[in-house]
Structure formats: structure tokens, C-alpha cells
Write a protein that binds this ligand. Structure first.
Ligand SMILES: Cc1cc2nc3c(=O)[nH]c(=O)nc-3n(C[C@H](O)[C@H](O)[C@H](O)COP(=O)(O)OP(=O)(O)OC[C@H]3O[C@@H](n4cnc5c(N)ncnc54)[C@H](O)[C@@H]3O)c2cc1C
Length: 483
């Protein structure tokens, strides 16, 4: 059987290698339009912070390594047309411009996504910047060396990261967010406020509840950089050297438009086996939909963690539907230098929106730094950080369903990295684990700490306390009910 994969990044390469392993007799051809594969976009912030070399550390595999494993990988070949009825595909050699045609038995669409771009002006890589590809990182590095003031539009995962990096690189930064809080897809209000304070401490001007109406180039003097003016819904106009647009991604699904079912934001709709509405075509990664745990939706949710898993599942199911994809809990960690954020599941806001009768507990831990090590200082609830002393801390929010005590989500943040707890909670959500169950699970004893229980057990005791205080545990009446 001939299997053709369109796109040689995370989803496409994961699928190709797994097909090689599962079905060694099949022919696997991958078309990738660029001259590289497996480019990790998360390397862009690390490169701009000076932590990683975009030239040598941004890819986890070379074309030669993939070809050596028996995959017919064809780089610099762009797929230009797909005829699903005839099972034919056209591709162009990007160097010679020659066009060719090839047939397939199965097609895996792994063509990824593009950054969303509002329609107003600015010249790309001069006054207007995106974050996705290697060339974007190189253009931004040049901009930082020449410019002074940047406007970042959109305070999601990518926008917050780039705003912090630009500020750390000594630029004046204005971060504009249309919603009431930053990172509202990932964090609840109080957690978001903690991050907003951190950004403000770092000198970033955060404009909340503000929409960008337009941005355009206002002057271009000889020997100097052009300036951009951003008009906002509050009437405020911001002049800057460049605008960074980070307002999400859109699926690259147009080659199959009208040939397979598309859904949320134009993403290719897939079933739980990664099959599209055409039974010879599968779709994976940023061009397709994702099944979300807890909300049950099949929506557009472009993330690398899903792209990998979906690639593997498509490979396993390429001959017959054998294995359902595990639902996505939504587990992310941000590359924030000196300040960590990670989350999984849903926020309290989202839980309420989807009809869960939910609540949230919060725990904050402070640390002293001694000899380069963090010493667990105290339970912050009983001994809050001294005023005026900049302390190291970690903050953790747990969302749960009141009646069943099922865990629905967790958000962790702070200057000390406790993000690994998030992976544990992701598994707990997938397995429908309740708060009491996690309290009684055998986790190691955290000796050396003032509270040796570990975060999961401390959170469980806070849930018990909250349920008791509210009278929901049946042991104590609510104070207003007593009256
Ligand atoms: C700055 C940044 C930070 C991020 N951080 C995180 C994070 O912390 N956690 C997380 O989970 N996700 C993160 N993401 C998202 C993540 O990078 C994407 O979800 C992931 O790249 C999707 O992989 P993919 O293979 O589906 O698609 P893509 O990476 O978009 O790759 C698609 C490939 O298909 C090729 N292609 C497209 N059209 C054609 C064609 N017609 N012919 C041939 N080839 C074609 C493209 O050249 C590309 O190589 C981040 C993204 C960015 C930009």
C-alpha cells in the first residue's frame, strides 16, 4: 500500500516513523515544502533569550536520519493539488518548479497551520512580526538589535512569551489584550492577575480589554526605521517600531477544501481514529480537529503535544480502525525565563461554562534562597511573604467538581518550577481520579520540607477544608443556613 503524508513536521514525521515500525511492507512518502523537518517553534523564544542556538538545536531530526529509517522523505517538494476522488496528488519541486503527479492508497494530511494575521498594514519582518518559523526568529533578532519599542497584539501563550523576552532584551513593550485578562484560555482570574503583576514588574505595559482597530506605517525616514501607529478601541494610540501579532493560528486545510468535511475555524474534521469524511484520507496535527476531554468537543486546538499523539494514532489505524486517540486534557508548559507557568484540564470559568458545579482551591508556597538552593520556608497561608522582600514562590490552583470531587484542572505558576505536578494531574483527569483518591495515593514523602505532604495532598486537604466550611461535606451546616 502507498501512503502519502503531506507535511514533514511533528505530526507528519511521527506518523511516518510509526508506519515504518508497524507496517514495514508499506511504501511511505512524505512531502515537505521546506528544506528542513521537525522544526520546534518553541525554540524561537529560547533562541531570543540566548539559551539555544536556532541553527543547531531547533530540529530533533534531520532529513538524512528519517530517510535512513526507510521513509521516502522528499524535502523542498510542495503539494499543490489533491484530487480525493481520483486519489491523485500534484507536487512541485520548489527549486526547479517542475510539477509531478502521483497516486496514493491512503493520504495523511499533516500540513499544519499559519499564524492568524489581521488584515491591516505593516511590512512583514520590517514592522510586522509573526512567530512560527526559523526565518521569523532571525528577523526578530535583527529587529531587537535596531529598535526600541514593540507592540504585542494578543496575550496568549505566544504573546506573553515574546512580550517578556522583548522586555528582558531592554525594549519598551506594550502588550494589548482584547479580553479582560491575559492567558484566559489557560488560567483563572487570580492566576492571570499574578502573571499580569509579574509582567508589570518587568516593565511591560499591559492594556486589558482593549482591541486593536488598525495599525499602519506612519513614517519612513532615510537612514532610520519606519514607525508604526496602533489605534485601539480605548482611543489610545501607540507609536512603536514594530508590531508582533500573536492572535492564534488557522489550519492549513485549503488543499482539501470542499473534498472533506471541515469544522471549527476551517479545520479538517476527524473521527477518533484520525479519519476524515473520506475513508482514504486521515488528518493530524494543526490542520485537524482535536477531541477535548471534560468538554467532549471536537474543536480546533493546535498544539505540538496533540500533533505527535495524533500522528502516532493515524499510523496505527492506517489499514483499519484499531485504536482511538486519547482525549486531550490540554496540558501546556510555557517557556518563561525565571517565571514558570503550566496547566492542564479546564479553568473554573470554563468548568462553569460547560455546566460543571465546580470550585477551586489555591495554595501558595514561599521559599528562601540559600546557597543557590530553594529552601521551603513555610506554608504561605500561615506566614505570608514579608512585605518588601522579593521572595521565590510557587502558586497552584486546583479545579474540582463539588459533588463527585473529580479533578477538572490545575494551574501552576511562580518563580520556582513545580510544573511536573501538571503531568500527574493530566493523567488523573484522563482516569477520572477524584481528590480523595489522589490524597491517599502512594507518593514519596517530601522530607526536607516544612510540609512533607507534597502539593497534591496539601490541595486535597484544602478541598476538604473548603467543603467542610461550606457545609457541602454534610458534617457541618453552612453558617447562613444555621441562621
Ligand atoms: C512560538 C510557538 C510556541 C509554541 N509553544 C507550544 C507549546 O509550548 N506547547 C505546545 O503543545 N505547542 C506549542 N506550539 C504549537 C506547535 O508548534 C504546533 O502545534 C506544532 O508545530 C504542530 O505541528 P504540525 O506538524 O501539526 O504542523 P506544523 O508544525 O505547522 O508543520 C506543518 C508542516 O507541513 C509543511 N507543509 C505545509 N503545506 C505543505 C504543502 N502543501 N506541501 C508540503 N509541505 C507542506 C510545512 O512546511 C510544515 O513543515 C507553539 C507554536 C509556536 C509558534
Amino acid at each position: 500500500m502507498r501512503i502519502i503524508i503531506v507535511g514533514g513536521n511533528h505530526a507528519g514525521i511521527a506518523a511516518a516513523l510509526r508506519i515504518r515500525e508497524e507496517y514495514p511492507d508499506d511504501e511511505v512518502i512524505v512531502f515537505e515544502k521546506k528544506d528542513e523537518i521537525t522544526f520546534v517553534s518553541q525554540t524561537i523564544p529560547l533562541f531570543l533569550m540566548g539559551h539555544q542556538d536556532i541553527h543547531s538545536q531547533a530540529n530533533y531530526a534531520t532529513p538524512q536520519e528519517i530517510i535512513a529509517q526507510g521513509v521516502d522523505l522528499r524535502i523542498q517538494k510542495e503539494v499543490t493539488n489533491i484530487d480525493a476522488k481520483k486519489k491523485l496528488l500534484n507536487f512541485r519541486n520548489v527549486l526547479t518548479q517542475h510539477e509531478h503527479e502521483i497516486s496514493y492508497d491512503r493520504l495523511i494530511m499533516a500540513a499544519g497551520s499559519y499564524p492568524n494575521l489581521p488584515p491591516t498594514g505593516g511590512k512583514l519582518n520590517e514592522t510586522l512580526f509573526l512567530l512560527k518559523e526559523r526565518k521569523d526568529a532571525e528577523a526578530i533578532e535583527k529587529f531587537i538589535s535596531e529598535a526600541h519599542h514593540a507592540v504585542v497584539i494578543g496575550a496568549g501563550l505566544v504573546g506573553v512569551e515574546i512580550a517578556r523576552i522583548l522586555a528582558q532584551r531592554k525594549m519598551k513593550v506594550t502588550l494589548i489584550q482584547s479580553n479582560a485578562r491575559i492567558l484566559d484560555k489557560y488560567l483563572d482570574e487570580n492566576a492571570a492577575i499574578e502573571v499580569e503583576k509579574q509582567l508589570e514588574e518587568e516593565g511591560i505595559d499591559v492594556l486589558l480589554g482593549t482591541r486593536v482597530l488598525s495599525y499602519h506605517t506612519i513614517e519612513k525616514k532615510i537612514w532610520s526605521r519606519p514607525k508604526i501607529e496602533v489605534e485601539t478601541s480605548s482611543g489610545k494610540k501607540v507609536r512603536a517600531d514594530g508590531v508582533f501579532v500573536s492572535v492564534g493560528f488557522r489550519p492549513n486545510s485549503f488543499l482539501l477544501a470542499g473534498q472533506v468535511e471541515t469544522g471549527d475555524r476551517g479545520a479538517i474534521v476527524v473521527d477518533k481514529y484520525m479519519y476524515t469524511s473520506d475513508d482514504s484520507i486521515l488528518a493530524v496535527g494543526d490542520c485537524s480537529t482535536t477531541y477535548m476531554d471534560l468538554t467532549g468537543e471536537n474543536i480546533y486546538n493546535p498544539h505540538a503535544s496533540d500533533a505527535f499523539r495524533q500522528g502516532l494514532i493515524a499510523a496505527v489505524n492506517i489499514h483499519e480502525k484499531k485504536q482511538e486517540v486519547a482525549m486531550t486534557t490540554g496540558t501546556y508548559k510555557f517557556n518563561m525565563d525565571g517565571f514558570k507557568i503550566a496547566n492542564t484540564g479546564i479553568t473554573l470559568n470554563q468548568a462553569q461554562k460547560y455546566g460543571y458545579d465546580a470550585d477551586e482551591v489555591h495554595y501558595q508556597n514561599h521559599y528562601l534562597e540559600r546557597g543557590g538552593k530553594y529552601i521551603h520556608e513555610s506554608i504561605a497561608k500561615y506566614a505570608p511573604a514579608e512585605k518588601g522582600r522579593k521572595s521565590h514562590y510557587s502558586s497552584i490552583y486546583l479545579v474540582y467538581e463539588k459533588k463527585t470531587k473529580r479533578i477538572l484542572g490545575v494551574q501552576v505558576l511562580g518563580t520556582v518550577d513545580i510544573s511536573q505536578y501538571v503531568n500527574i494531574i493530566s493523567l488523573a483527569i484522563q482516569k477520572n481520579v477524584t481528590v480523595p483518591e489522589i490524597e491517599y495515593t502512594d507518593f514519596f514523602f517530601e522530607h526536607g520540607y516544612k510540609n512533607p505532604l507534597g502539593f497534591t495532598k496539601i490541595l486535597a486537604s484544602l478541598v476538604r477544608e473548603k467543603e467542610r466550611e461550606s457545609g457541602r461535606d454534610g458534617k457541618e451546616e453552612k453558617s447562613d443556613e444555621v441562621k
